[in-house]
Design a protein. Structure first.
Length: 91
């Protein structure tokens, strides 16, 4: 049981760091839980990307992972900006 607890705690910490990095802490409460779930899911995939970088994966595969990573980052920015717009419209 302790093994799974540590793994879940690590994923939670990574998710919180991801939210901090992309300044998602001030997101509306109704969306915050879903964002935390997405961040938790993505926290587990970080190992795949690191593993590919250290392996001798094909350059095409490494490029795909890099492009997908960039898209994820862009999506976080879009989510944050849409939340800011929504808050301004609610005022």
């Amino acid at each position: 049981m302790g093994l799974f607890g540590n793994k879940e705690e690590k994923k939670q910490k990574e998710a919180e760091e991801l939210m901090k990095r992309y300044k998602l802490n001030n997101i509306d409460e109704k969306d915050l839980e879903m964002i935390k779930e997405i961040a938790n899911d993505l926290a587990g995939t970080g190992l795949l990307k690191a593993g590919m970088a250290f392996s001798f994966a094909k350059a095409e595969e490494q490029a795909k992972v890099s492009y997908l990573s960039a898209l994820v980052k862009q999506n976080w920015i879009i989510i944050r900006k849409l939340d800011e717009i929504s808050k301004k419209l609610d005022k």
